[in-house]
Structure formats: C-alpha cells, structure tokens
Design a protein around this ligand. Structure first.
Ligand SMILES: NC(=O)c1ccc[n+]([C@@H]2O[C@H](COP(=O)([O-])OP(=O)(O)OC[C@H]3O[C@@H](n4cnc5c(N)ncnc54)[C@H](OP(=O)(O)O)[C@@H]3O)[C@@H](O)[C@H]2O)c1
Length: 322
C-alpha cells in the first residue's frame, strides 16, 4: 500500500503514542520527565524499525501530540521518513454525561488544525475518524474532508471502531477511499475470529464483532490496525490472584510455555498470534517502555504452528471450536 509517496510493507507494527505526554487532565502540565520518556520511547521504536505512529487529538488532552511534536522539532529530517496518523471526532466535554462524538465541518477542521500545530508538521499522512458520530451529515463531512485534502493537510483517510457498512457509508459520503480501520483485536478480544467460525452454531452467540467487517477490509485493501494488541499487558504482567479469570490463567500458562520453547517473550507471542491471521493485522502497540517495544518487534521472528494458534484461541475463549 502507498500513502502519498510513502510505501508500506505488507505487514508492520505501529507505535501508539497514547501513553506519552503525562496525565490525561488538561490542566496538568508536561514535565521534563514526560518529554524524556517520549523521546526514549520514540527513539527506541525507530531503532526497532517502526516508522508508523498513531496518535489522536484527545490523547492526554493533546499532550501526546505535543511531546511528539517536540521530538519532531528536535529531529529535523525525520518527518518525511515516517507515517503519522492521528484521529479526530471525539470530544472530551468534561460534561456530566461524558464524552460525545463530532463529525461536524467546524470540529473536523479545527481539530485537524490543532493536531498539525501540536505536531509541528503541515500534514498528516492519514487522518482517522475516531468513532462513528450518529449525527454525521453527508455535506459537512464531505466539505471538511475535501478541504483538508485540497489544502494538503491530509494525504489519506481512515476510520476507527467502524464496521463495513459504516466504512461504505463514509466512502460514499466523501468519495474517498478508506485506507485503514482501527479496531480492538487481540488474543483477549477474539470475537473477530469467533464471528467467522461461529456462524450457525453456539460459538457465534453474543459476539462483539460483526461478521463481514474483516472480509470487507481484506477484499477492499482497508488495512486492519489493532488497538490494545498486547491486551494492556494482561498476559505478561506477573500478578495473578484468586480473582484472575481461569481463561487468563490458562492462556498465560500456554503463552509462557510457547515463549520458553521459542526463546522469546510472552509479548512477542501475543503479537505473533494476532499477526498470523491472514487479514494481515497491524498491531498498534502502546507501551512506553523501551524494553517492551523491543520485545514486541520480536514477533516478526516468531512462527506459530496451527496447533499453537488454535490452542491459544481455545484457551482465551474458554470454549472449544464447534
Ligand atoms: N482507536 C481507538 O479507539 C483506540 C483506543 C485505545 C488505544 N488506541 C491506540 O492503540 C495504542 C495501544 O493501546 P494500549 O496502550 O491500550 O494497548 P497495549 O499495547 O495492549 O497495552 C499497552 C499498555 O499496557 C501496559 N503494559 C503492557 N505490558 C505490560 C506489563 N507486562 N506490565 C505492566 N503493564 C504493561 C503498558 O504500560 P507501559 O507503558 O508501562 O509498558 C501500556 O499502558 C494506543 O497507544 C493508541 O495509539 C486506539
């Protein structure tokens, strides 16, 4: 796949910068330690061969993009070598009813301008629409997206947390190809697999993934990105107690055995499991720790057998295949 003039390999790991920038509260300032942490994580990611970065205007109330922008400023020449993707469409209102979504013309334009300013760049390689806005208007969305493309502020459009019908609707509204869909997919969140094997049998009951979305993306070159691919460390954390679900204990045990046999880390097996799926899922890893970033990229060197892959799937679901 090509984004603007930049080529992407068939499968890759994306560094997710949600953890960078300090606290989520808007009024808590960025410290020197936050900047150092961000620089160490981003340098490690680049050294490990990661050149695709995922952000969002809401991460740490914009501070994630600010520390990223600081890194870009200190490393001139870097911008053209990397892919930067950010997201708009969620408003953290601070209102008692919580956050809401906003695909209005003015919000998309203002939010994207804010992103570019914080990142110290004049374009995004990809803009993702973060979560579906039920009040989305065809005319406003098209006008905003056309303007951003025409002004050279974005080079490609993608979505996040959307099914194939919503992707088709947005493609039709904007007249633009959707290049990526970012979803929560992991060894902990396996309904994307169960929806495919669960049709017409009990495995397919109460699933949190619509049958057809994966297939649509595969058939139409919509690259699949998985958020929380390490399941937020649930399998690699040391602590297990009587409250830990049996499925997690069993999966952790199997992961430990496979990792030991292959001489690698649990994190790399967790990612290798995800990346073995033929839809060529690209994990968006969110750890801020250089050591864990290094472990993650080891996933490219891990080959899981079919038996290992299915054993992990069955353990994680706590349910045999039909
Ligand atoms: N599109 C969306 O709606 C959406 C939603 C959520 C996230 N995202 C994107 O996806 C990226 C990844 O999400 P994520 O951070 O939830 O996923 P993740 O990569 O599964 O997990 C990373 C988190 O788990 C912690 N962790 C990992 N291994 C650990 C261990 N062994 N012990 C203790 N903690 C451990 C990390 O802490 P340390 O930093 O201490 O390692 C970090 O907080 C984000 O950065 C963001 O770019 C997108």
């Amino acid at each position: 796949m090509k984004i603007g003039n930049k080529s992407l390999p068939e499968q890759y790991i994306i560094y997710g910068a949600m953890g960078l920038g300090g606290a989520w509260e808007e009024d808590t300032p960025i410290t020197e330690a936050h900047i150092e942490e961000a620089h160490a994580a981003l340098s490690t990611a680049l050294e490990c061969g990661i050149s695709f970065f995922d952000l969002a205007d809401i991460y740490k109330a914009g501070k994630s993009e600010t520390v990223f922008g600081h890194y870009l400023k200190e490393n001139p020449g870097m911008r053209e070598k990397i892919i930067i993707q950010s997201k708009v469409g969620i408003r953290l209102t601070g209102a008692p009813f919580g956050s809401r979504f906003d695909f209005s013309y003015s919000h998309i334009i203002e939010a994207t301008d804010g992103i570019l300013k914080r990142l110290n760049t004049d374009y995004l390689d990809i803009l993702l629409l973060h979560r579906p806005d039920p009040l989305m208007s065809r005319d406003e969305l098209k006008r905003a997206i056309d303007e951003l493309f025409n002004q050279g502020k974005i080079r490609a459009l993608g979505v996040s947390n959307m099914d194939h019908h919503q992707i088709q609707l947005i493609e039709s509204y904007t007249g633009r190809k959707i290049v990526a869909n970012q979803l929560e997919l992991s060894l902990l969140k396996t309904d994307f697999v169960a929806s495919a094997v669960g049709f017409n049998n009990s495995v397919g009951k109460n699933l949190d993934f619509p049958l057809g979305t994966l297939e649509y993306c595969m058939l139409n070159d919509v690259s699949l990105q998985s958020w929380s691919p390490l399941a937020r460390g649930i399998y690699s954390k040391q602590t297990i107690d009587e409250s830990t679900p049996k499925t997690i204990c069993q999966t952790k045990e199997i992961l430990g055995r496979i990792a030991k046999n292959k001489g690698t880390s649990i994190d790399s097996i967790v990612l290798a499991w995800l990346m073995k799926h033929p839809s060529k899922i690209n994990p968006v890893i969110g750890t801020t720790k250089p050591e864990r970033i290094k472990n993650a990229v080891e996933a490219f060197n891990v080959q899981l057998t079919r038996d290992e892959w299915y054993e992990l799937l069955v353990a994680s679901r706590g349910q045999r295949m039909p």
